[in-house]
Design a protein around this ligand. Structure first.
Ligand SMILES: [Zn+2]
Length: 243
């Protein structure tokens, strides 16, 4: 305003402009994180999934990435830790009734207009637009605001009632480096637990087939020896024909 007509802007005005720019940048960052897939940069479209760091993706884009890691230029930088669909959780998100009414709103993005969020907290009905902390549970995938969770009396999901442990709680789009470190650790622990479970299962299966093999041992040996005879005879026949 003050620098209309070629007058030299005063320092206080410049500072104000800078703060305005920073605020706009921050707002755009939040919009990018809460309204768009972190991988494809397309608007979030259910089914939406989250990784162990609480980043949001379209499930379709993650599938595309898993089939071809170069499908999105910087894909491996963004989600190199996603090796299979087991590394993401499909989210149970509550659609914002206001968004349903005004579906075009996310298509119009400007610095000053706050777009209507697609999702809300199912308890407080507050919009998930980055202005307040949201969380999801790795155990059931339900999403709610941290504020609602803090008010619940029991460690049971507010939405589906499933019990959960503190390790299941993942903040959405966390920025704090300490929180991110803890989430990375939780992610590794989860993967290790999954591996141990798998190993346990395959060991049990091996033991089972070993026992079965033992029982069938005699008949198998017999079958193998007679099967070995066939190729020998065949070769002899072929040699005779050739001569
Ligand atoms: Zn739940």
């Amino acid at each position: 305003m003050g620098n209309d007509g070629g007058s030299i802007p005063r320092r206080s005005e410049m500072v104000r402009e800078k703060q305005k720019d920073e605020k706009a940048d921050r707002k755009n960052q939040l919009i990018a994180m809460y309204f768009y897939c972190a991988l494809s940069k397309k608007p979030l479209q259910p089914p939406v999934v989250a990784d162990g760091l609480g980043r949001l993706y379209n499930r379709e884009s993650v599938l595309e990435y898993l089939l071809d890691n170069s499908a999105f230029g910087d894909g491996t930088q963004i989600c190199g830790h996603i090796k299979s669909l087991k590394d993401v959780k499909t989210l149970n998100l509550k659609t914002n009734p206001a968004y349903e009414k005004n579906k075009k709103s996310t298509a119009i993005l400007s610095f000053d207009d706050q777009p209507v969020a697609q999702f809300v907290c199912p308890v407080t009905m507050k919009e998930m637009n980055g202005n307040m902390q949201f969380e999801f549970l790795w155990s059931c995938g339900c999403v709610f605001s941290a504020q609602a969770r803090k008010e619940m009396p029991e460690p049971a999901c507010l939405v589906c009632g499933e019990a959960f442990g503190s390790k299941d709680l993942v903040p959405i789009n966390a920025q704090d480096s300490e929180v991110l470190d803890a989430l990375r650790k939780a992610m590794d622990t989860r993967k290790q637990e999954e591996k141990d479970k798998k190993k346990h299962k395959s060991d049990a299966a091996k033991q089972k087939s070993k026992n079965k093999h033992k029982r069938n041992h005699d008949s198998t040996e017999h079958a193998a020896s007679s099967a070995n005879d066939i190729p020998e005879k065949k070769t002899a026949k072929i040699q005779r024909t050739a001569a």
